[in-house]
Design a protein around this ligand. Sequence first.
Ligand SMILES: NC(=O)C1=CN([C@@H]2O[C@H](COP(=O)(O)OP(=O)(O)OC[C@H]3O[C@@H](n4cnc5c(N)ncnc54)[C@H](O)[C@@H]3O)[C@@H](O)[C@H]2O)C=CC1
Ligand SMILES: O=C(O)[C@H]1O[C@H](OP(=O)(O)OP(=O)(O)OC[C@H]2O[C@@H](n3ccc(=O)[nH]c3=O)[C@H](O)[C@@H]2O)[C@H](O)[C@@H](O)[C@@H]1O
Length: 445
Amino acid sequence: MKLISVIGCGYLGAVHAACMAELGHRVIGLDSDAQKIAELAAGRAPFYEPGLAELLEWAVTSGRLSFTTDYREIAAADVHFLAVGTPQLATGEGADLRFIDEATDALAEVLATSSVKDRTLAPLVVGKSTVPVGTAARLAKKFAKQDALLAWNPEFLREGFAVKDTLSPDRIVYGLPTKKSAAKLAERLLDEVYAKLLAQEIPKIVTDYPTAELVKTSANAFLATKISFINAMAELCDATGADVTTLAKAIGQDDRIGKKFLRAGIGFGGGCLPKDIRAFIARAEELGAGRSLEFLRNVDAVNTRQRMRAVELLQEHLGRPLEGATVAVLGAAFKPDSDDIRDSPALDIAAKIAELGVTVRITDPQAAENVRRRQPERLVVDTVEEALAGADAVLLLTEWKEYRKLSPKKAGKLVANRLLLDGRNCLEPSEWQDAGWQYVGMGRR
Ligand SMILES: NC(=O)C1=CN([C@@H]2O[C@H](COP(=O)(O)OP(=O)(O)OC[C@H]3O[C@@H](n4cnc5c(N)ncnc54)[C@H](O)[C@@H]3O)[C@@H](O)[C@H]2O)C=CC1
Ligand SMILES: O=C(O)[C@H]1O[C@H](OP(=O)(O)OP(=O)(O)OC[C@H]2O[C@@H](n3ccc(=O)[nH]c3=O)[C@H](O)[C@@H]2O)[C@H](O)[C@@H](O)[C@@H]1O
């Protein structure tokens, strides 16, 4: 059992902290947001993530997991995970490392000033946040003064599957210091932290700092590229009468291409893929290696265009001016099984049509409260029925299970006009057409 701290308890850190407790460690989660810490300390999840509430309640009541806002309380930990945010800079491109710098300054200070008795090993600081390549080497210098080691251990979890992905990841990557003795010590500590996962024979890849940092950013860039590729194919399908879902199925049969991440629609959003590809391009340019990553600008542009394309499809099929129309938007989260609305394609589209004079009624099973809090100008309703009542069109923009199971017949009785735009290509067109709906998919006949 190790004493572990997790600094930054947001979508990544709260899950990581609870999962480290599940792996048998004593864990202290730290966040600068006192309200979030109060929720977590009471064993409650401050956001929706399947399985997290149960895990937190157990870990907190069993005493394995506690929370604080005070860095002094984590000074004695053997391992400190960094999980603070690295959002997009306000200027547009590049990652804002302010939170990383604040957190590491505060940690370095307590490591320097607190006298931790009986410490036989140097503390290990482990970066999990997604950072531009070169960040780990810079931070290692800061911790060298405190005789602390630094490793970079990027995280690949998906929201909606965060607990499962943390406890059963596809791989674990260690970015270690170049000095052999330091690398050995850091690897040994990380092996102890992840002992239960390594026992399941989860692949472990041991490398240096820059490779570990790049593994993370290139993985997200590749995933984003796959989505924009299939969305570009969807545009071509619309222009030719071909069907992108069949196309994706057919190309995905080839193992070299793979079936996953080929769902065409309104594109990717969230707190990671969009900002990560922009930061990746910006960092490559800083390093004079940006030319080969130019294509990622197109990946970003195709993705942004999908949102506009949804607005155009609505305009094209509505059969009346947008101004004065009432539209039901099903889904606000950037993906199902999450309440995360950061850079949500659904909300972006809702905002675009609202600007064109449409009355937009938004509903979402988990993200409604976040929309009410962060975008009070939006009209949010509690149920699908309220959203559909008298609507001139229905936009399905987040593929929640309950929306995929909607009855076309029942829904048809509630709306004023049976027009459905399936922004996630997740419904069976014939079922809706048979019930008298005009079904519009994206790149779908
Ligand atoms: N959300 C996800 O699914 C994943 C996120 N990541 C990366 O993990 C990092 C965190 O992402 P999220 O958890 O989504 O962000 P988030 O915004 O949900 O959480 C970040 C947390 O850090 C806290 N914080 C900021 N400054 C602090 C400081 N000085 N001391 C203590 N706490 C501080 C904030 O209050 C916030 O609770 C980012 O680099 C992201 O790219 C990586 C893999 C998955
Ligand atoms: O760095 C991160 O934060 C994480 O970013 C993504 O995870 P996440 O953003 O939680 O969710 P995804 O499942 O990747 O979906 C991202 C977006 O792409 C969209 N998407 C996904 C797949 C697809 O085929 N088509 C598609 O439009 C989703 O609707 C969603 O808006 C990566 O999948 C994780 O591996 C990574 O750890």
